[in-house]
Design a protein around this ligand. Structure first.
Ligand code: BG6
Length: 482
């Protein structure tokens, strides 16, 4: 049994890690533009989260810092060359995001920025030339900074309104060229990283941490549902999906307490898909909200909006699995952590400590399909590596091929099991800035970009060995993994 005909092979990126040109074409500042690069040994592990004080200081003294996401890999000026390389690999799909502040520089502007819209016209035209289907994420972390500073991001309904206005603008503009859309990238990142996911700072909120984070989540659900509804109204053929960082949970042992913990933590990960697919808050959140004193401020009609705005498909990022050991201290905030805290002795880790679990990929897909019976798109799967240019001038990366071969084999097994998967976009087909560490040296690509963590380099593109391997995979529709 082969991969389905027309299976969408390709790669995934986000504007804030890829585009650069933060001050070109009328683009406004994004929240991600304020995140700096810090070398590993100096990192205080706050990563992508920043404080109000840091934000203000960085605004006043930008010359003291390097902000990698302002520069990405400069796709803005290289998109033609990059898309040619994707086409050479045989891509059928390119997952990208639109930078909201390129369209509405401050979020609240009355009119969209024509230069920003034109940039994406050009990118979509270029993709079309090669028959590559664009799959567009509406929001992948780069919220207009103005909305963060004036409304505390998605804590305010004003930001929801601005988001929906932005969505309608791009749906109208691209309704004939983009069929597949995702609303929020990894919507569940908000629990751990509210600045990254929602452009919101805890210290600016009047709520306690739990109320703050679940209010943000609710506002995202409403925003997402309104976007889905708008897309369907504008063009009923457009398909809109949700996107979560799916973490399959394994019990630490057969101890019933560990099994319970696994279910508890699993619920808190599935929660995001439950709401967006079933159109209502799941039964298990009621007690959790009550016992944790969480009172979500809902506007009249919110629950109907959520009901009316269910997604057409599910998409996930799959990087790792997670071990759960009974721990009553794990509450409904830290159970949502996206980093596996307990080491699984059966798995090896990447150089960045992420467990590698190809079989878990098959399990994940079966469980998702079993639970929802909705088509699934793999929006991300990948490995960050320390690649070097060899003395012979090439980049030899057999470790990357090994990772993808193992995962694609298991994806194939899942499809043979009967799971409806319609596409696979590996993460970062070309080297881009890492989200969590802002490093350029955490490389995911089949295409190498000559730039370092401080943005030095020629930005020249080079094919790695894995480029030729993935080309065979795409061209053979997954038959040839040798
Ligand atoms: C996902 C994000 O969490 O993982 C991407 O959607 C991110 O934006 C990817 O880049 C890999 O993570 P990182 O931190 O290695 O870049």
């Amino acid at each position: 049994m082969s991969f389905p005909e027309g299976f969408l092979w390709g790669g995934a990126t986000s504007a804030c890690q890829l585009e650069g040109a933060f001050d070109k074409g009328g683009r406004g500042l994004a929240t991600t533009d304020m995140v700096i690069y810090t070398p590993k040994n100096e990192r205080l592990d706050k990563g992508i989260e920043i404080t109000e004080e840091q934000l203000q200081y960085r605004k006043l003294h930008p010359d003291e810092f390097f902000f990698p996401k302002r520069h990405g890999n400069d796709f803005y000026h290289h998109y033609k060359e990059d898309i040619t390389l994707f086409a050479e690999m045989g891509f059928k799909v390119f997952r990208m995001s639109i930078s909201w502040p390129r369209i509405y520089p401050n979020g609240i502007d009355d009119k969209p920025n024509e230069e920003g819209l034109k940039f994406y016209d050009d990118v979509f035209n270029e993709l079309k030339k090669y028959g590559i289907e664009p799959l567009v994420t509406l929001l992948h972390y780069d919220i207009p900074l103005y909305l963060c500073e004036h409304y505390n991001g998605f804590e305010s309904r004003k930001t929801v309104d601005c988001f929906v206005k932005y969505c309608k603008t791009v749906f109208e503009r691209y309704k004939h060229v983009v069929k597949y859309w995702l609303t929020f990238n990894e919507i569940n990142i908000t629990l751990g990283s509210p600045y990254c996911g929602c452009g919101a700072l805890m210290e600016k909120s009047k709520r306690d941490e739990k109320n703050f984070k679940y209010q943000l989540t609710h506002n995202q659900f409403v925003a997402s549902a309104l976007a889905v509804k708008a897309a369907h109204d504008i063009n009923p053929d457009m398909k809109v999906g949700c996107m979560i960082c799916r973490l399959e949970k394994y019990p630490y042992s057969p101890d019933p307490k560990d099994i319970y913990q696994t279910m508890f933590e699993d619920h808190l990960n599935y929660f995001y898909i439950d709401v967006q697919v079933k159109g209502e808050y799941p039964y298990y959140m009621k007690r959790l909200f009550e016992e944790n004193n969480i009172h979500i401020d809902m506007e009249e009609g919110d629950l109907d909006i959520i009901k009316d705005g269910v997604v057409d498909f599910i998409s996930i990022s799959y990087y790792m699995t997670y071990v759960c050991k009974y721990n009553p201290k794990v509450d409904l905030i830290n159970a949502g952590s996206l980093i596996a805290p307990i080491k699984n002795p059966y798995l090896k880790n990447t150089d960045w400590g992420w467990p590698i679990d190809p079989i878990g990929f098959r399990t994940t897909l079966n469980n998702l399909y079993d639970r929802y019976h909705k088509p699934i798109f793999i929006a991300e799967n990948g490995i960050g590596c320390n690649d070097v240019v060899d003395e012979d001038g090439y980049i030899h990366d057999p470790y990357r091929v090994e990772f993808y071969r193992a995962h694609i084999e298991q994806l194939h097994e899942a499809i043979k099991d009967g799971v409806d998967v319609f596409g696979y976009a590996m993460w970062g087909p070309i080297d881009i800035v890492s989200n969590s560490t802002s490093e350029m040296s955490k490389r995911y690509g089949f295409i190498y970009v000559d730039a370092d963590d401080y943005g030095n380099g020629s930005y020249k593109r080079m094919r790695k060995d894995s480029f030729y391997w993935y080309k065979k995979v795409c061209e053979s529709n997954g038959e040839d993994l040798s």
